[in-house]
Write a protein that binds this ligand. Structure first.
Ligand code: C5P
Length: 299
């Protein structure tokens, strides 16, 4: 269904994320994996309009015909959850314009859900405490709580325990994925068959460097390069086992002089640089080879 922009109510941006580090510490008894991950908001967003709807009705329209408009859609599940708990007689109309690729490791669905929670808290004037919103967000998915605060943050637990960090240096970000490829997060975790116990040392070092580096009043010109050296994603092996194009794509990006890393469970790679021209030229080349490319920046 084609969306028609709404003119009353709220207009909100639901940003994408990348994982600058993602380390699995161990597999938990509840089937989840204990994580340490540094998440970073990007200046690339879905667009969401919220408007009051009478008689407790919740409706969603979405411009992506492949996304369900039913309760399977995480944005509508978020609306339903906050309504059930805090506003049983209120209704809302949601219009969602998707820009973030779906099931790409960029957190689009989780960001939409968090934005709906924040937006309905405002639209319905619920004045919920941040802890109440966090609790609802964690029930919707491990990545959802991050998007309540955004910026740069360390996520622990299964990803739902958030510690805001000093901002990562402003830089350009190239996002690249094989066309028409989506990856299911549970499948990636399952294909990894994790049996190690790790301490999350790289993430701890990354966080320390970010805290030390951004604390210096003069600023550290090498900070970005030093942070990029510490990036890691333990989910890469699982994603590479499921999508055979990923390993050669990473190699191709490295041969172009980039430092690619998979975001979340993939299949999107990101490369960060201060050099806009270098990323633009690589992006043009990859587009001509048929890859899906987005050039954006950290937020
Ligand atoms: O929390 P969320 O619903 O986004 O997680 C989707 C699936 O990803 C989980 O059911 C689980 O299989 C896997 N997962 C995991 N460990 C995490 C986060 C997600 O195993 N920390």
């Amino acid at each position: 269904m084609k969306c028609v922009p709404l003119h009353k109510g709220l207009k909100l941006y639901a940003p994408a994320k990348i994982n600058l580090t993602l380390e699995i510490l161990y597999r938990r008894a509840d089937g989840y994996h204990q994580l340490q991950t540094v998440m970073q908001e990007l200046a690339y967003s879905d667009l969401l309009y919220l408007e009051e709807c009478p008689a407790g009705r919740l409706e969603l329209i979405c411009d992506d015909p492949f996304l369900p408009s039913s309760e399977e859609n995480l944005a509508l599940r978020a609306a339903s959850l906050i309504q059930q708990h805090y506003a049983p007689h209120r209704g809302a109309h949601l219009a969602l314009y998707k820009k973030i690729p779906v099931a790409a490791g960029l957190g689009g669905g989780s960001s939409d859900a968090a934005t709906v929670l924040k937006g309905l808290n405002d639209l319905w004037q619920l004045n919920l405490a941040p802890a109440s919103l966090q609790e609802l967000a964690a029930r919707l998915g491990s990545d959802v709580p991050f998007f309540l605060c955004g910026g740069t943050a360390l996520a622990q637990g299964r990803g739902e325990i958030i510690h805001p960090l000093p901002p990562f240096p402003r830089a350009f970000v190239l996002l690249v994925s094989p066309p028409g490829t989506e990856l299911s997060t549970p499948l990636v975790y399952r294909s990894l068959k994790w049996d190690k116990i790790k301490s999350g040392e790289k993430t701890a070092n990354f966080v320390q460097l970010l805290r030390d580096g951004t604390g210096k009043s003069s600023g550290d010109p090498d900070l970005l390069a030093r942070l990029l050296e510490l990036m890691v994603n333990d989910l890469e092996a699982g994603a590479f086992a499921l999508v055979r194009e990923l390993s050669p794509l990473k190699k191709m990006l490295q041969e172009m002089g980039l430092k690619p890393l998979l975001s979340g469970s993939g299949p999107t790679f990101f490369a960060i640089s201060n050099d806009h021209e270098k990323l633009r030229a690589a992006g043009d080349e990859l587009t001509s080879r048929g890859y899906r490319v987005i050039l954006t920046s950290t937020k």
